[in-house]
Unconditional design. Structure first.
Lengths: 369, 72
């Protein structure tokens, strides 16, 4: 099986595309995924990659930083290529309007038609999905909820970034850039595959029940029947004025069976409301989390997964920008990159990760044998 | 009707699992991310029309996306 990764820091899209093609070599390609700095003009990059890679099915997106085995990069484009020995087939579709249920359904149905089965009949032991969203859409939850409602095939992915400018993010389907859209790929791996979602938090015994929320704007008005920011701060034993300084180290999580948190990261305080990077629902009981060392936790979780999974041919890593910012602040980027030196890996710093739903502050990875 | 939410959750899990117990955690997380905690509901839980409507839509959506949906 061959899964090849490549990267380029050449600012010229045509030269970068050629370097990527040279980097992966001449393979019988079935699928490529690429992640590019927003410094590249999306139209020019898409054209250059299409010229280099031809009709190979592909999805991609703009990023808030790129990852490739052993390195965390900026102002680059990274690419992973799968040959016929690693994927028997790959199919790509586009939900042109993420906010339209019909558009998302049509994109999923198109993938089903490509393999001759309705989405709910697709066997999750044989197929895996990859999904990339416009990261400024505030609509990822709706897309992920529909995908997870209509098929048992897990879709893993992330939300496009724009180098932390929060102005314009784009996804690519078959090298064509789109805004307000989600790019979907249905992959048929030849060998084994698995998903690893890792986050670096301890679950504390402090619970915030969502008692008033504007789900559409991801804004919580009250926790435990009290103004949201005041109650969040009180549970941490700090003043509301100090709360935002603790968002990175103490986000909240929806804890599922087995004690695993699905992290919901607070973004900012608006009066006494707390605005989140992903949706929370009325009635959710959210545990306050305590941060741990990202590098060490990632290493432990990856070691455990690889021990169970066996030889790994490649990893696609969807890595939250909040983790990247913390790694940068602590000078741990090289140490994080080193965790992946043993396996071909590409990924990017996201504006949110996708796995069953829209989540935050994880590294969510697709591993293939 | 008491216990209706639990019954619908069990129906959804049964429909989606298709004899594969490994799929149940996927469905349970999907429900939790949509604000429905399966463990909160018992046979005695009072009716919650909004939750029941959400669950019926999930069941209908999955059946609608299935080749044998008309027979389920």
């Amino acid at each position: 099986m061959t899964i090849k990764t490549a990267y380029s820091t050449n600012p010229d899209p045509n030269r970068a595309a050629q370097e990527l093609l040279d980097g992966v070599g001449r393979l019988d390609l079935r699928f490529v995924a690429f992640f590019a700095s927003a410094a590249y003009a999306p139209d020019e990059l898409g054209q250059a990659l299409a010229q280099a890679f031809g009709q190979v099915p592909s999805i991609g997106c703009t990023t808030a930083g790129e990852l490739v085995s052993g390195k965390m990069l900026k102002q680059s484009v990274v690419l992973v290529a799968f040959d016929a020995a690693s994927l028997s087939a790959a199919h790509v579709s586009l939900a042109k309007d993420m906010k339209s249920e019909a558009s998302v359904s049509a994109a999923l149905d198109a993938l089903g038609r490509a393999v001759g089965k309705p989405p709910s009949d697709l066997d999750p032991d044989h197929y895996v999905g990859m999904v990339l969203h416009d990261g400024l859409s505030v609509a990822e939850e709706s897309v992920m909820s529909q995908l997870s409602a209509r098929t048992n095939v897990p879709f893993v992915g992330g939300s496009a970034g724009d180098d932390v400018q929060f102005k314009r993010t784009q996804v690519f389907a078959n090298f064509q850039p789109h805004a307000g859209a989600s790019a979907l790929a249905l992959l048929e791996p030849v060998g084994r595959f698995t998903i690893l979602k890792t986050q670096s938090f301890e679950v504390l015994d402090k619970v915030l029940e969502v008692t008033d929320v504007d789900e559409a704007t991801r804004t919580v008005r009250s926790f435990n029947g009290k103004p949201a920011a005041e109650e969040y701060a009180a549970q941490l034993g700090i003043s509301p004025a100090e709360l935002s300084e603790h968002f990175g180290s103490h986000p909240v999580g929806l804890v599922v069976a087995g004690g695993e948190p699905y992290v919901r990261s607070p973004q900012r305080i608006d009066g006494t409301d707390v605005v989140f990077y992903c949706q929370v629902k009325a009635g959710m009981k959210l545990h306050i989390l305590q941060s741990r060392d990202i590098v060490e936790q990632t290493r432990q979780d990856l070691d455990a997964k690889l021990q169970d999974f066996g030889p790994c041919g490649g990893i696609v890593n969807f890595h939250c920008i909040l983790r990247t910012l913390e790694l940068e602040a602590k000078g741990q980027c090289d140490a994080y990159g080193a965790v992946f030196e043993r396996v071909p890996m590409v990924g990017f710093s996201t504006y949110g990760e996708s796995y069953i739903g829209h989540i935050n502050q994880t590294s969510t990875m697709l591993l293939l044998s | 009707m008491s216990g209706e939410v639990k019954r619908l959750i069990q129906e959804l899990i049964r429909l989606r699992s298709k004899g594969k117990p490994s799929l149940e955690p996927f469905v349970r997380v999907h429900l939790m991310l949509n604000g429905i905690d399966p463990d909160q509901y018992t046979d005695e839980s009072p009716s919650e029309p909004a939750v029941e409507e959400t669950l019926r839509k999930m069941i209908a959506d999955f059946r609608g996306a299935s080749s044998d949906g008309a027979n389920q």
